[in-house]
Ligand binder design. Structure first.
Ligand code: HEC
Ligand code: HEC
Length: 426
């Protein structure tokens, strides 16, 4: 293949550099992305994990030294089966850098507040890909299954789960402002609690072939040409030396956030190359990400098939609200055909962009469905009973009454509903 040839060509020129570097790097599995505690000190206090309570320290070991504890080489196993919790050679910290304490590095200091359960409804925030309300434990379970490629995840009262939650709470306690500790929206932007984004990426197009050349140049030294390489697990080491970026066993799954080219691009731009972060241009970053996520790389499916198969609480198929760079899960009927009829390679568009047309098409379709589903009691008649059903929903603030989906229940919803009603949508 073209890509392979190019990689081979580049490996020749970087070989020397690679060797020199390999001698320098501390290959004991402890090289990692660390938080810049001085820069963060206005809002986050880095503390010494060695002085944390025993339960917290245990949770840290599960999160950071995953291979040595929960992994194939560890001695923490499920009580009923004696099987290890994790079979893939990855640490939680391989992605949640420094145990989730690095801005834009999938931190977890926001997580306890983000997953606060509503005292009235007893529900955590709605998680659209799987269509349910989740709490912190659920989000850990999903990561075990989707990021760590585990067939089974610990139950909510499992000792491993309890320690992980205790540790994540300890990380969150490092947030200095008590208000921001309670409400993650108050964290400063530089804390990066959400997935990182590249400005204007929806109009860009990624080139995986060019990405392969760049990968050979600046990533293959460590991650190796064929992905896993230096990430290989070596017995007796607490963490994989360098995590695998693809591969059936060790790569993240097709249901993981990193399988989204712009998300992975933004993440690697912030943190990679490990020895020289923030040097990749926007284009370089998404090109490399597209190379890593290209269809020729083996990768587990994770929970991909279960995603976006349901309707949201307002009746809109969640597949219409999938991020445009999300390849897997349920496909909204007619969508692929629409783009293919224009001569566009649908999957290539989702993997490599530009993503803007797909977002626009979906949002038009959502508006069409919303403005045409005024038969609220579904009796095939448009009549007073539908208006009455709407007003009932409005009073109880049921999701369907947020007609314009702006998160508020106000005059604009009533007006938009009545307008659609007057137009006589079926
Ligand atoms: C000097 C060695 C080195 C180089 C060069 C390097 N990486 Fe990494 N990379 C690492 C290490 C080590 C980690 C794990 C960091 C940790 O555990 O804190 C990592 C982690 C990652 C991760 C997150 C882990 C995961 O499982 O997804 C991604 C993605 C990644 N690197 C991509 C890249 C890309 C793309 C490049 C080239 C632009 C690159 N790296 C260059 C050493 C390197
Ligand atoms: C391949 C990379 C990867 C690995 C390995 C991984 N995670 Fe994640 N995890 C992510 C990403 C990326 C997100 C954020 C997804 C999003 O925001 O949509 C996430 C989300 C989470 C969240 C929710 C964070 C929040 O505030 O929403 C928790 C908690 C979590 N992971 C815990 C873990 C634990 C515990 C492990 C190890 C058993 C683990 N993860 C392994 C990448 C990874």
């Amino acid at each position: 293949m073209n890509t392979k040839l190019l990689i081979a060509g580049f490996a020749g020129t970087t070989g020397l550099l690679a060797c020199a570097f390999a001698n320098d790097i501390n290959f004991d599995g402890r090289d990692m992305v660390e938080p810049d505690c001085d820069v963060m000190s206005d809002w986050y206090e880095c503390r010494d994990i060695e002085t944390a309570p025993a339960g917290v320290y245990l949770g840290y070991q599960y999160m950071h030294l995953t291979s040595e504890t929960l992994g194939p080489d560890g001695n923490t196993v499920y009580a009923d089966t004696g099987e290890p919790y994790v079979t893939t050679v990855t640490s939680c910290s391989s992605c949640h850098f420094s145990g989730g304490q690095v801005p834009f590095g999938s931190p977890v200091y926001q997580s306890p507040s983000k997953y606060t359960v509503n005292p009235v409804t007893g529900l955590g925030p709605y998680f659209r890909p799987l269509g349910y309300h989740r709490d912190l434990e659920d989000s850990i379970i999903d990561c075990f299954r989707n990021c760590m490629n585990a067939e089974r995840a610990p139950a909510k009262d499992d000792p491993v789960m309890i320690a992980l939650v205790e540790y994540i709470q300890w990380v969150a306690d490092g947030v200095i402002d008590p208000a921001a500790r309670e409400n993650w929206d108050l964290l400063p932007p530089e804390a990066g609690p959400r997935l990182p984004v590249i400005d204007g990426v929806s109009l860009m197009r990624a080139d995986p072939i060019r990405g392969g050349q760049l990968y050979a140049n600046s990533c293959a030294d460590c991650h190796s040409e064929d992905g896993p390489g230096a990430g290989e697990y070596r017995v007796g080491e607490p963490r994989p030396r360098i995590p695998a970026l693809w591969g059936d066993r060790d790569g993240y799954s097709k249901g993981a956030a990193f399988y989204r080219t712009p998300v992975l691009g933004a993440y690697i731009q912030k943190h990679m190359p490990l020895d020289d972060p923030m040097t990749l241009s926007n284009q370089d970053a998404i090109d490399i990400a597209a190379f890593i996520n290209a269809p020729d790389k083996a990768r587990p499916s994770g929970m991909a098939d279960q995603m976006y198969t349901h309707d949201d609480p307002d009746g809109i198929p969640s597949s219409l609200r999938k991020p445009a760079d999300w390849l897997v899960g349920f496909e909204y009927p007619g969508e692929r055909a629409h783009f293919e009829s224009m001569g566009i390679d649908y999957e290539d568009m989702i993997l490599n962009g530009p993503w803007n047309d797909l977002s626009q098409w979906r949002s038009d379709e959502i508006n069409r469905l919303l403005s045409c589903s005024v038969d609220l009691n579904q009796d095939q008649n448009l009549d007073f009973f539908d208006i009455s059903a709407f007003l009932d929903a409005f009073v109880t603030q049921a999701a369907i009454a947020d007609w314009n989906s702006d998160g508020n229940f106000d005059f604009f919803d009533v007006s938009a509903f009545l307008n659609a009603f007057m137009r006589g949508c079926p």
